[in-house]
Design a protein around this ligand. Structure first.
Ligand SMILES: *Cc1c(COP(=O)(O)O)cnc(C)c1O
Length: 392
């Protein structure tokens, strides 16, 4: 054998530390079902199915033709984008943010969430992570060498972490909160945030709030930002996204805001990885942030109708799931007679051609639950209920 050509490519230890990808089998089964031409109803992905609003596309068309937007963007983004965020934030949450030091544009909020730990976590630092959680947090803590302390989210506590437990923990460097929550669709109360901020200040914990679903809420109950809490800016950074609110998941734009030191740290990490958000997308982002609220309301009503359609439909066939107040997920206990979340997903796919996400894929405490996304039409949701009625 020629030794020179037999280099064995081995991945780095940090990649080996990633937890096993639990959706492998489901993904494979889904692909096979599609290839076999089966009529799959995909409730697996949280990605809006309706197009980006037309005025945003128009703004993009103009911006893309302007050569001024073709060059490297400033890392900190267009002042006009940061100003638009600042104004939006004030309108929405009555919170003042300094566009120069307290707002930073991101290539989608996932990008910022994933880069922040590299700037604040040293090897072996402890990071509190709610379980279940959006999987990107976990990977980025592992890449930074941090140790994850799992904090279970329980239905009996409205999927809010037990702050007494956190009070007992020592040397927690940072903690993640995500409300409205993916996957549980839970929302946070003001009292919870007040207590959390108090605790974080007392114990010196950095709070990382992910508010990707801030505008997807129902029954007129607006979710609050952690930055509304007095003193939160001393300890918290919050991540926002244009993806879910304006049907812009593919465009890649969001922002971080809050504590100026954390923003400066994040900007240092980012300048070494990327060169900012394509300026034309920032211009389109400004148009998005200035969307009249009635248009977003129409979107909310569409999701609310779908939520009611699915929840009521499932109730009528004996599967009772509480109606979520926000986000576009239904997080239900697996139906009677099913043994675990992976088995439930497999049976849904095999017997009903429905893709739903097993709860355990979001963390151990997600076991026993299944997540269904309402990013498909009401007709398809009605069809899904009818198919499920045959197997439940
Ligand atoms: C969709 C999602 C994001 C990522 O949004 P982008 O801005 O598109 O990167 C972040 N957090 C949660 C919880 C999400 O569900």
């Amino acid at each position: 054998m020629n030794m020179a050509s037999s280099l064995k490519i081995e991945k780095a230890d940090r990649l080996k530390e990633l937890p096993p990808y639990l959706f492998v089998e489901i993904d494979r089964a889904k692909r096979q079902a599609r290839e076999a031409g089966r009529n799959i109803i995909d409730l697996g992905i949280g990605d809006p199915d309706t197009p980006t609003l037309p005025h945003i596309i128009e703004a993009m068309k103009k911006a893309i033709a302007d050569p001024a937007n073709h060059r490297y963007a400033f890392d900190a983004g267009l002042p006009a984008f940061r100003n638009a965020v600042s104004e939006w934030f004030k309108r929405r949450f009555s919170v003042e943010l300094d566009p120069k030091t307290e707002i930073y544009p991101l290539i989608g909020s996932k990008e910022g969430l994933a880069h922040l730990p590299l700037g604040i976590i040293n090897p072996k630092d402890k990071v509190a992570l709610t379980d279940p959680a959006y999987p990107a947090y976990q990977a980025s803590i592992i890449f930074a060498g941090g140790r994850i302390i799992h904090i279970p989210l329980k239905e009996s506590q409205d999927f809010l972490p037990d702050l007494k437990k956190i009070e007992e923990l020592k040397d927690i460097k940072a903690m993640y909160v995500n409300y409205p929550n993916n996957p549980t669709a839970a929302t946070a109360t003001k009292e919870f945030y007040v207590e959390l901020v108090r605790l974080a200040k007392e114990k010196g914990i950095i709070l990382i709030s992910d508010m990707a679903y801030s505008e997807i809420y129902f029954d007129g109950q607006k979710p609050i930002s952690i930055l509304e809490i007095e003193g939160a800016k001393d300890v918290a950074i919050e991540f926002h996204s244009l993806s879910k609110t304006y049907n812009m998941t593919g465009w890649r734009i969001g922002w971080a805001c809050g504590n100026p030191d954390l923003i400066a740290i994040l900007s240092t990490v980012k300048t070494n990885f990327d060169s900012g958000v394509f300026q034309a997308i920032q211009v389109a982002g400004i148009a998005a942030l200035n969307t009249p609220d009635e248009e977003i309301n129409d979107l909310r009503l569409m999701y609310e109708e779908r939520r009611d359609c699915l929840i009521n439909g499932l109730r009528s066939i004996g599967w009772k799931i509480p109606a979520p107040k926000a986000a576009f997920y239904i997080w239900g206990r697996i139906p009677k007679g099913f043994s675990d979340s992976i088995q439930t997903s497999k049976i849904f796919l095999e017997k009903a051609d429905i893709v739903a996400t097993p709860g355990v894929g979001f963390g151990k405490s997600g076991e026993g639950y299944i997540r269904m996304s309402i990013t498909v039409s009401k007709d398809r949701l009605t069809e899904a209920v009818s198919r499920l009625s045959k197997i439940l």
